[in-house]
Design a protein around this ligand. Structure first.
Ligand SMILES: C[S@@+](CC[C@H](N)C(=O)[O-])C[C@H]1O[C@@H](n2cnc3c(N)ncnc32)[C@H](O)[C@@H]1O
Length: 363
């Protein structure tokens, strides 16, 4: 089978898949940390961005917040708590969640807040507002492509002696327009990404899509030293590169190709409005919070907030690897969201993809 199918079963098959078996995955007692593990600050800063989006859309009463990849529901709970007492208190909130065990866990974290659950973008009602995710796109099933003789071939998974191994599969004909690389070079592509973005775009009358994830531009991903690709597995805070071993017991992930994502988004009707690393995103997004903290005597709460901010922003923890991509649909260009005020021009993400189109080789 294609590796993407193997990954889909290993992570999402109900009931035994890694994310579908009811075991806690994120946090100290789980397998890996995310920005949500640093405390409620991340949600609070995202809430600030959503308030700015609400203003940019002219303050509509029907502003809706949609989260996908919510896992335990902590992040949305943090966002909604931070919106209490603001113009978005009590706004509509939707979780896009196909897995029953996660819907139950999210309901506990959201503790009676009026949230709606839908299983897929196709079941969403048309909405105005924001679709956001933290570490969703890296978790979408991907193909692992290997370069051979100027072509890219998808690796397939076959059974072998009670386990699994890779064997070269079919040539991928220009599927993702990757430029040629030396023989043996590995790269990942996500077949479901396009349809996912199209599905969201079809339901978004106007608004923003904010995707935070780890990854980089395509040019950086295909740099000569990344010959082994970026796929990795996580279990109990240990990393390995053996996705075919012990399926269902560990996370399988790869860096997000943000150029590919931006290009797929443009094809789905979104405009790219911002791209930056989490460090610069949060320097901008936390400016108001830091002004507030400056004006009051230091206390336990402010010390906690500053510690969280450091974890989220520091380049050696989450500041450099993680990126924020902002897309918009049906929104006139206007003031920049504070989180993107220090970002460089995002259009280069798309230009890069176009470079790949023009270069010789696959596609
Ligand atoms: C790495 S976890 C991120 C969890 C959480 N957002 C956080 O930051 O702590 C990835 C999540 O994406 C979810 N996911 C993957 N594909 C999805 C899809 N098509 N729709 C909704 N959720 C999905 C997984 O079930 C998992 O909960």
């Amino acid at each position: 089978m294609p590796f993407s199918r193997f990954m889909e079963i290993a992570l999402y098959n109900e009931p035994g898949g890694y994310y579908a078996d009811g075991v806690e995955r994120v946090g100290r007692s789980g397998d890996f940390f995310t920005s949500v593990s640093a405390g409620p600050l991340f949600g609070r800063l995202l809430a600030g961005q959503f308030l700015e989006m609400h203003e940019l859309l002219g303050g509509p009463r029907d502003f809706t917040i949609v989260e996908q990849g919510a896992n335990d529901g902590r992040l949305l709970a943090d966002v909604l708590a931070a919106l209490d007492g603001t113009a978005l208190e009590g706004c509509a909130a939707v979780v896009l969640e196909p897995l029953g065990v996660l819907r139950d866990r999210q309901a506990v974290a959201l503790d009676g807040r009026p949230v709606e659950w839908v299983e897929s973008p196709a079941l969403l009602r048309e909405f105005r507002g924001v679709h956001f995710s933290n570490e969703l796109f890296d978790a979408l099933p991907f193909e692992i492509l290997r370069s051979a003789g100027g072509q890219w071939r998808a690796l397939h998974v076959v059974e072998s002696e009670g386990g699994f191994e890779f064997e070269p599969g079919e040539e991928v004909l220009g599927a993702e327009l990757l430029p040629a690389r030396p023989d043996g070079f590995l790269a990942e592509v996500r077949p479901a990404q396009k349809a996912l973005l199209r599905g969201i775009s079809e339901k978004m009358a106007s608004g923003f899509l904010l995707a935070v994830d780890y990854g980089m531009s395509r040019r950086e991903l295909l740099a000569p030293h990344r010959v082994e690709g970026t796929f990795a597995c996580y279990s109990q805070h240990r990393r390995d590169a053996k996705p075919l071993e012990a399926p269902g017991t560990k996370d399988i992930t790869a860096h997000v190709d943000f150029s590919g994502l931006a290009r797929a988004a443009a094809g789905a009707g979104f405009e790219v409005r911002g791209f930056t690393d989490q460090h610069h995103f949060l320097v901008g997004a936390s400016a108001g919070l830091l002004r507030d903290l400056d004006g009051r005597p230091p206390d336990v709460e402010s010390a906690k907030l500053l510690r969280s901010l450091k974890t989220l922003m520091h380049p050696e923890t989450m500041g450099a690897q993680f990126k924020a991509l902002l897309l918009a649909k049906g929104v006139a260009t206007g003031p920049v969201l504070s989180g993107f005020q220090f970002a460089r021009e995002a259009a280069y993400l798309l230009d890069e993809a176009d470079d790949a189109l023009l270069s010789p080789g696959c596609g």
